[in-house]
Design a protein around this ligand. Structure first.
Ligand SMILES: CCCCCCCCCC/C=C\CCC/C=C/C(=O)SCCNC(=O)CCNC(=O)[C@H](O)C(C)(C)COP(=O)(O)OP(=O)(O)OC[C@H]1O[C@@H](n2cnc3c(N)ncnc32)[C@H](O)[C@@H]1OP(=O)(O)O
Ligand SMILES: Cc1cc2nc3c(=O)[nH]c(=O)nc-3n(C[C@H](O)[C@H](O)[C@H](O)COP(=O)(O)OP(=O)(O)OC[C@H]3O[C@@H](n4cnc5c(N)ncnc54)[C@H](O)[C@@H]3O)c2cc1C
Length: 627
C-alpha cells in the first residue's frame, strides 16, 4: 500500500486528538483504530504480487503494527493469548485455537493477576474444580480478592481468555494451570452465565487497553478447555503432572524477553522527539554577540540525551541476543530438555528490570530536557513514559524479578565455592575478582563491572550465611539481606548488558562502513564510560580506580559527547520513525514544532468559542458580587 493510503487510514483514524475524548470515547476510538489497523496489517501477501508490492505490504504492516500495538485493546491477544496457546496447548488444541485466534474470529486475553495477588502466583485463588461425572471444570471466584483484575482487553473486548486457576481434583490442589475460557457470547458479546465482567477504571497510562475484572460463579467448562501440553487431567480425574511445574509460567518469560526489545523501541521514540526538538529549539545567549544557540549545543543537554540513544542500541542488541537464547531453550523444552530454563529465567529476571528501570528514567529525562513544551501531551513524551513505566510492574514487578535472579546467582556462587562448575552467562563468576590496577579500556571497564558483580554476590552470600549462623531461618535471612540481593542482581545485569552490547556490536562492526562503525562504536564507548561514572563508587570499592582515573574518564566522556554531537540528529533519524508513529508536535521530521504546537492547541474544544459559558454563569456574577 502506498504512503498516501497509510496516511489516509491514519488521517481517518485520528480526526480528534485523544486528549479531548472521554474515557469511553478513547476506548471506542481505539477499537475503531485497532480494527482498521488489523484489517490493514493482516491483508495477506498474494503469490503473484511483485517484489515491490510485497515490500510495500511489509512496510505497511510494520507501520500499522507499530502504531497500534502499544495501546490497543488487542494487545494481549497478540502478546500473551496467542503465545500461551502456542506454548501451553496440545497439538490438537493449538490446531483448533490458533486458527481461530490468528484469523481474529475470536479475541483473547491472559487472565492471571487477581485483585488480591499478582506477584505470588502460587497464592492465586480462582478455583478450577474437576467434576469427573460431567468431565467438566467448575470455575469459581470464592472471594472478592480472587477476581481476576488487570488483564488487558478483558473488560469489553475479549470474548475468550486464558484463565490461570488453581486446579482441584477430589479436594486436592494441583497448583496453577491454564484454562481456555469463553467469557462472552460470540453473537451478542454478552457475558456468559456465571461470569461477571467490567473495566477497572482510569489509569496513569494504557487507557485504551481496556484492562478489566472477571469473576466466576460456578461456571462450567469442558475438560478439553484445560491447556494440557505440560500437565493433564484424564477423564476419570487422574492428574498427570508435567516435567516441571514452572513450564506453565512460560508465557511470562516470553513477554519479559519481548519487553527488553519494547524498551529499546520506546526509548528510541522518546529520544528522537527530544533530540529533534533540541536541534530546532534555540534559547539563551551565552555569547553576547552571537545568536541564541540550539539547546542541543549545551553539553548538559547532550549528557541527558546521548545516553538514551546508546541505551536503545544496548537494549536492542541484548534483546536480540536474549531472543536467540529464548528460542533455543524453547526448542530444548519441546524435546523435554529443561536444564537451561533456570538460566533463561534468571536472565529475563535481570534484563527486563534493568531495561525498564533505565528506559523509564531516560524517557522522563527526555521529557524534562524539552522544557515546558515537553510537558504538553501533544509532545507524546508523557504518554511514552506512561507506557514504559507500566513495564516496571507488569510481567513481574522489578524488585521481585531481581530477587528471582538473586536466587539463581546465590545458588551458582554457593555451588562454585563447593567446586561445582559455573556455565553460560554466570561462568565469569569463577573469574579472578582481584583487580591489580584500573584498566580504562572498554573491555577493561566491562571486566571491572564483572568484578563488581562477583564481589557483590560473594559478599551478600556471606551476609546470608552469617545471618543463618546467628540462628535466623533461611527465609528471614533472605529477607534481611534482600536490599543487597537486588543490588547483586543489578550488578550482574549491568555486566551482562555491557558485555553483550559490546560483543554484539563487535560482531556487526566488521560489515559496517568505516564512518558508520566509528559512530556506533563511539556510542558503545559512551555507554560504558557513562555507567563507569554512574557506578564510580563500586569502581572505587572493587575495581581499584583512582581519582586520576576518574578524572581521565570524565574528560573522555566529555570528548565523546562532542564527537557524537555532529551525528546526533542522524542517529535518531536512523531509528526511522514516521511522524504518525512519533505522534509528536516536537518530534516531527520537518521540525515545525511551533506551528504544530499551535495547530494542536487550536484543536482544544475550549478554543471553539472566545467566551466560555462559565463567564456569564459564574464569573460575571462573582466579580459583580452577585454570587
Ligand atoms: C504485533 C504486536 C505485538 C507486540 C508486543 C510488543 C509489546 C510487548 C510488551 C508488552 C506485552 C504485554 C503487555 C503487558 C501485559 C501484562 C501481563 C501481565 O502482567 S501477566 C501477569 C504477570 N505476572 C507475573 O509475572 C508474576 C510474577 N511472579 C512470578 O513470576 C513468580 O510468582 C515468582 C517467580 C516471583 C515467585 O514465584 P514462586 O514463589 O512460586 O517461586 P519461587 O520463588 O518459590 O521459585 C520457585 C522456583 O521456580 C523457578 N521459577 C519461577 N518462575 C519461573 C519461570 N517463569 N520460569 C522458570 N522458572 C521459574 C524459580 O527460579 C525457582 O526455582 P528454584 O530452582 O527453586 O530456585
Ligand atoms: C499496565 C498493566 C497491565 C497489566 N496487564 C496484565 C494482564 O494483561 N494480565 C495479568 O494477568 N496481569 C496484568 N497486570 C498485572 C501485573 O502483572 C501485576 O500488577 C504485577 O504482577 C504485580 O502484582 P501486584 O500488582 O499484585 O503487586 P504485588 O504483587 O502486590 O506487589 C506490590 C509490591 O509489593 C512488593 N513485593 C511484592 N512481592 C514481593 C516480594 N516477594 N519481595 C519483595 N517485595 C515484594 C513490591 O514492591 C511490589 O511492587 C498488569 C499490570 C499493569 C500495571
Amino acid at each position: 500500500m502506498d504512503e498516501q493510503k497509510v496516511l489516509s487510514i491514519k488521517g481517518l483514524l485520528d480526526d480528534t486528538p485523544e486528549e479531548y475524548l472521554s474515557h469511553k470515547e478513547k476506548y471506542e476510538n481505539s477499537i475503531r483504530k485497532s480494527v482498521l489497523f488489523y484489517k490493514t496489517l493482516h491483508s495477506t501477501e498474494d503469490e503473484n504480487m511483485s517484489v515491490d508490492e510485497k515490500t510495500k505490504l511489509n512496510f505497511r504492516n510494520i507501520v500499522t503494527s507499530a502504531i497500534f500495538k502499544d495501546n490497543s485493546p488487542f494487545m494481549l491477544h497478540n502478546s500473551m493469548f496467542i503465545p500461551t496457546i502456542m506454548g501451553q496447548g496440545t497439538d490438537e488444541q493449538r490446531e483448533y485455537w490458533m486458527k481461530r485466534a490468528k484469523n481474529m474470529e475470536i479475541i483473547g486475553t491472559y487472565a492471571q493477576t487477581e485483585l488480591g495477588h499478582g506477584t505470588f502466583i502460587r497464592g492465586l485463588e480462582t478455583q478450577a474444580t474437576y467434576d469427573p461425572d460431567t468431565e467438566e471444570f467448575v470455575l469459581h471466584s470464592p472471594v472478592l480478592s480472587s477476581y481476576k483484575w488487570w488483564p488487558g482487553g478483558l473488560a469489553h473486548t475479549a470474548n475468550y481468555c486464558i484463565v490461570m486457576a488453581r486446579l482441584y481434583i477430589k479436594g486436592k490442589s494441583h497448583g496453577i494451570h491454564p484454562f481456555m475460557v469463553q467469557i462472552r457470547d460470540e453473537e451478542t458479546h454478552m457475558p456468559l452465565p456465571g461470569i461477571k465482567l467490567g473495566e477497572i477504571g482510569a489509569k496513569l497510562g494504557f487507557n485504551t487497553v481496556n484492562n478489566g475484572f472477571l469473576g466466576f460463579e460456578n461456571h462450567r467448562i469442558s475438560r478439553d478447555r484445560m491447556l494440557m501440553k505440560n500437565a493433564q487431567v484424564l477423564k476419570d480425574g487422574t492428574f498427570v503432572a508435567g516435567s516441571n511445574s514452572k513450564l506453565t509460567y512460560g508465557t511470562m518469560v516470553y513477554v519479559r524477553v519481548l519487553i527488553v526489545s519494547n524498551m529499546a523501541n520506546m526509548l528510541a521514540k522518546a529520544v528522537t522527539i527530544a533530540l529533534r526538538y533540541s536541534a530546532i529549539r534555540r534559547q539563551s545567549q551565552p555569547k553576547p554577540d552571537e545568536p541564541e544557540p540550539q539547546i542541543l549545543d549545551y553539553v548538559t543537554q547532550q549528557h541527558k540525551l546521548f545516553i538514551a540513544i546508546a541505551s536503545s542500541h544496548a537494549f536492542y542488541m541484548n534483546a536480540m541476543w536474549l531472543w536467540e537464547i529464548y528460542y533455543s531453550v524453547s526448542l530444548q523444552l519441546a524435546s523435554g530438555k529443561l536444564d537451561n530454563l533456570p538460566e533463561l529465567h534468571a536472565l529475563a529476571c535481570c534484563l527486563k528490570p534493568l531495561s525498564t528501570i533505565d528506559a523509564t528514567a531516560m524517557i522522563e529525562k527526555c521529557r524534562l530536557a524539552c522544557g515546558g513544551h515537553g510537558y504538553m501531551l501533544s509532545a507524546n513524551l508523557a504518554q511514552t513514559y506512561g507506557l514504559a513505566t507500566a513495564a516496571y510492574t507488569y510481567e513481574g514487578e522489578n524488585t521481585v524479578l531481581l530477587l528471582q535472579a538473586a536466587r539463581s546467582l546465590v545458588k551458582a556462587w554457593v555451588g562454585h565455592v563447593k567446586g561445582r562448575p559455573l556455565k553460560g552467562t554466570m561462568a565469569y563468576l569463577a573469574g579472578d575478582s582481584t583487580v591489580k590496577a584500573w584498566d580504562g579500556s572498554i573491555d577493561g571497564i566491562i571486566q571491572s563491572f564483572k568484578v563488581v558483580a562477583i564481589r557483590k554476590i560473594s559478599s551478600v552470600v556471606k551476609i546470608l550465611q552469617d545471618y543463618e549462623k546467628s540462628g535466623l531461618s533461611p527465609e528471614d535471612a533472605w529477607n534481611k539481606a534482600s536490599v543487597f540481593l537486588t543490588a547483586a542482581s543489578e550488578a550482574h545485569g549491568r555486566a551482562v548488558l555491557l558485555s553483550v552490547y559490546k560483543s554484539e556490536m563487535d560482531k556487526r562492526a566488521a560489515v559496517l562502513s568505516p564512518p558508520l562503525r566509528k559512530v556506533l562504536l563511539q556510542l558503545v564507548d559512551l555507554y560504558v564510560t557513562y555507567w563507569a561514572l554512574e557506578k564510580v563508587g563500586d569502581m572505587l570499592l572493587y575495581a581499584s580506580i583512582t581519582d586520576k582515573d576518574v578524572d581521565e574518564l570524565q574528560r573522555r566522556y566529555i570528548e565523546l559527547l562532542a564527537a557524537i554531537r555532529p551525528n546526533a540528529v542522524g542517529l535518531v533519524d536512523a531509528f526511522d520513525f514516521r511522524d504518525e508513529i512519533l505522534n509528536s508536535t516536537l518530534g516531527a521530521y520537518d521540525g515545525r514544532a511551533y506551528e504544530r504546537l499551535m495547530e494542536e492547541a487550536m484543536k482544544s474544544p475550549l478554543n471553539a468559542e472566545p467566551v466560555n459559558q462559565t463567564f456569564h454563569k459564574y464569573l460575571k456574577p462573582f466579580m459583580r458580587g452577585k454570587l
